[in-house]
Design a protein around this ligand. Structure first.
Ligand code: CA2
Length: 192
C-alpha cells in the first residue's frame, strides 16, 4: 500500500489524466469529492469524548448548559462531520479511568479529540497525563464559561496539554472545535 500522500497524488493524477499539453491545460478547481478526500487524508478520525454527568444534559440547568441533550449535540456534530467527509466517534463515561482509556485509545490511534471532561477537567492529573502520554491532539470544550463561575472551575488540568480550548458558547463550541481540528490538520498536511 502506498503512503497516503502518494495515494492522494494518484487520485489527483486520475482527476487530471496524462496525455494533454501541461502548458495548455486549464486546471479545474478540485471537485467536492476530491476536497473531501483531502480532508479525510488530513485527519481521518475524530473522537468526541464526554465526561461525567454530561449524559444528563438538557434535563436540568438549561440556563447554564443549554436545552439540548447530549444525543442532540452529537447528532448535529455528526452531520457537520459528515458534510466534511469525516466520521466521528462519540463516547461518554462517568468514570475517570474509562475516560483516561478513551483518551489513550484516541491518541494512540492518531485521532483528533474533542474533549469535554466535565468536572474531571478541574481535578484529573490522570487525564492530563493520558493526553501527554498518548500524544492526543485535544481541543478542550466546555458548554459554560468555566472562568465566570465558581472559582473551583477556573483551573483546568486539560488546558496545558490541549491544542486549545473553547468555552462559553454552548453546543456551538463543538462545531468550532471540529473546524479547528480540521483546519489545523489541513495546515499540517499542506506543510508536510
Ligand atoms: O461547561 C461545561 O461543559 C462543563 O464541562 C460541564 C460540567 C462541569 O462540571 C464543568 O465545570 C463545566 C458539568 C456537566 C453537566 O452537569 C449537569 C448538571 C446539571 C444538569 C445536567 C448536567
Amino acid at each position: 500500500m502506498l503512503p497516503q500522500r502518494d495515494r492522494d497524488q494518484g487520485r489527483d493524477a486520475a482527476a487530471f489524466p496524462r496525455g494533454r499539453n501541461k502548458a495548455m491545460r486549464t486546471v479545474p478547481a478540485p471537485s467536492r469529492t476530491i476536497r473531501q478526500a483531502r480532508n479525510r487524508s488530513a485527519m481521518r478520525e475524530i473522537h468526541v469524548l464526554h465526561g461525567p454527568n454530561l449524559n444528563l444534559l438538557g434535563r436540568r440547568e438549561p440556563a447554564i448548559y443549554g436545552a439540548a441533550t447530549l444525543a442532540e449535540i452529537e447528532a448535529e456534530l455528526a452531520a457537520a462531520g459528515a458534510a466534511r467527509g469525516i466520521e466521528l466517534t462519540f463516547r461518554q463515561t462517568n468514570s475517570e479511568g474509562e475516560l483516561v482509556t478513551f483518551v489513550q485509545e484516541a491518541g494512540l490511534a492518531g485521532a483528533g479529540v474533542i474533549l469535554n471532561a466535565g468536572a474531571y477537567t478541574h481535578t484529573s492529573i490522570a487525564l492530563h497525563d493520558a493526553i501527554r502520554a498518548s500524544g492526543a491532539k485535544v481541543v478542550e470544550v466546555h458548554l459554560s464559561n468555566i472562568y465566570s463561575r465558581e472559582s473551583f472551575r477556573s483551573h483546568s488540568f486539560i488546558s496545558p496539554v490541549a491544542l486549545g480550548g473553547i468555552f462559553g458558547f454552548g453546543a456551538l463550541g463543538y462545531r468550532l472545535a471540529l473546524e479547528a481540528l480540521l483546519s489545523l490538520a489541513e495546515q499540517n498536511r499542506a506543510a508536510s
